[in-house]
Each structure stands twice: as C-alpha cells, then as structure tokens.
Design a protein around this ligand. Structure first.
Ligand SMILES: C[S@@+](CC[C@H](N)C(=O)[O-])C[C@H]1O[C@@H](n2cnc3c(N)ncnc32)[C@H](O)[C@@H]1O
Length: 222
C-alpha cells in the first residue's frame, strides 16, 4: 500500500489561520476520493503513531468508525501482513447515498491489493456484532460518540477481545489544546469505567492526546 497523504487534526486551534470558504468546500470527501486533497484524519499525528504502535504485529483488528480511512491506514501499516482488518461503518451520513463519497474515499485509500486483508462491514456496530464470532486482538472504538453508544460498543465487543488484546477509545481524554470536553460521551465513559473505577478488571495502559488504550488486568494486579 502506498502511504497516502494525510492531514492530521490540529491542536491549539487559537494558532490556526481563519479558514477560507474554498478550503471549507474542499473538505467534502469527493476531493479525497478524487485525489485532490490529502485524507482528513480525525485524529492527531501523535495518535496516528500510537495506533501504529499498538497495532504492531496484530492479526485480527476491528475498527468501529472509519470515515475517510485515515486511522485504518495506521492500523494496516503496522499490523501483521497475514492479518485481517475489519472495518465497521454504515457510511450513513452521505446526503446522496448512491454516490457516498465518504465510503468511496475510504475504499480507495484502504485498498488491499497488497498487504493485510481488509473486510468491510457496512453496518452499525450493534448490528455487526450480532453475527460476530472471531477473536479480536485490537479493537478501536470511534463510531457513535454518545456515552450510551460507547458503553454498548464496549459491552457488545469486549467479550470477543482476547486475553492480551487491546481496546482503544478515541475522543476519550482531555488534553492540552485539544477538542474534547468533560461532556464528551467517550470521556464520560472512560472516566466511569476505568479512571474512577479501581475495581474494574481492565486498566488504562497508555493515553495519547484523546486516545485511551486499555487492557485486561493481570490476575492479582488489582
Ligand atoms: C469520528 S469518525 C471516525 C474517524 C476515523 N476513525 C479517523 O480517525 O479518521 C466516526 C465514524 O463513525 C461512523 N459511525 C457512526 N455511528 C456508528 C456506529 N454505530 N457504528 C459504526 N460506525 C459508526 C460514522 O459514519 C463516521 O464515519
């Protein structure tokens, strides 16, 4: 896979220049699909590197919430070439469903002609999990950001995650210059499920900008 150009999410918005209407218009995924602009990532460069670090060598990865595919690129770059990346997104937000340039842009950039396999699951995560029966060694939760939806993804998908598997939550932490707030659904979920819950059988492993990586605690390490 040729590494595509990616525009990462900026932090410190006060340092950004005012946006021209032309660059606002260029945000439409049509321009990514046509190769006229870089992919727009909804995560920072540091988060991208952290995704690569935790995807390293993994073989059964699930991403909930794909958008233009920038985080999928990070996962595919680092995972085992023998592995499979399952991409779950209904791509339901396109105004013209038959054209759906968000889906087209993602499919174009995450082509699997070489390297790991990619399996597209065009469905909401709560629908996709119904028929799911495979072990997962890396799960990224970045779909519906309402607190109850994040909790449902956790409850639905966690039973499939292997003992030494990793689960990552995006937009789940406050960080300097960042866009999250204490009211964000993933922030609230991570606060109550891990940060303020010492009896959880899962623990926070690392946090990078808004990304939070959790893993199962070792027995007796609670
Ligand atoms: C924040 S974007 C994902 C950004 C992407 N992971 C990245 O870092 O570039 C959220 C995506 O989740 C999808 N989505 C929303 N609700 C979903 C659900 N219940 N299940 C799966 N995907 C969902 C949306 O269609 C959208 O493409």
């Amino acid at each position: 896979m040729n590494t595509p150009r990616i525009r990462f999410a900026e932090i410190h918005p006060e340092l950004q220049r005012p946006e021209m209407w032309t660059s606002r218009a260029m945000k439409h995924p049509f321009f990514a699909w046509a190769g006229l602009r870089p992919l727009i990532a909804q995560h920072t460069a540091a988060e991208h590197h952290a995704l690569e670090k935790y995807a390293q060598g993994r073989k059964s990865l699930v991403e909930i919430g794909v958008a233009e595919g920038a985080s999928a690129v990070a996962l595919r770059t680092a995972m085992s070439p023998e592995g499979t990346l399952y991409l779950v997104d209904p791509f339901h937000l396109s105004r013209v469903r038959t054209l759906n340039f968000l889906r087209r842009a993602a499919r174009r950039v995450v082509s699997d002609k070489v390297g790991p396999k990619t399996a597209w699951i065009e469905a909401f995560s709560h629908e996709a999990v119904v028929a799911w029966n495979r072990p997962i060694d890396f799960l990224l939760i970045d779909g519906d950001h309402r607190e109850e939806a994040v909790a449902q993804d956790w409850n639905d998908w966690r039973p499939h995650v292997m003992k030494d598997g990793i689960i990552a939550f995006h937009d789940a932490r406050l960080f300097p210059g960042g866009w999250t707030s204490p009211e964000y659904g993933p922030v609230r979920f991570v606060d109550r499920a891990f940060r303020n819950n010492p009896s959880s059988s899962w623990e926070i492993l690392e946090e990078v900008d808004s990304l939070v990586f959790v893993r199962k605690r070792e027995r007796g390490n609670r």
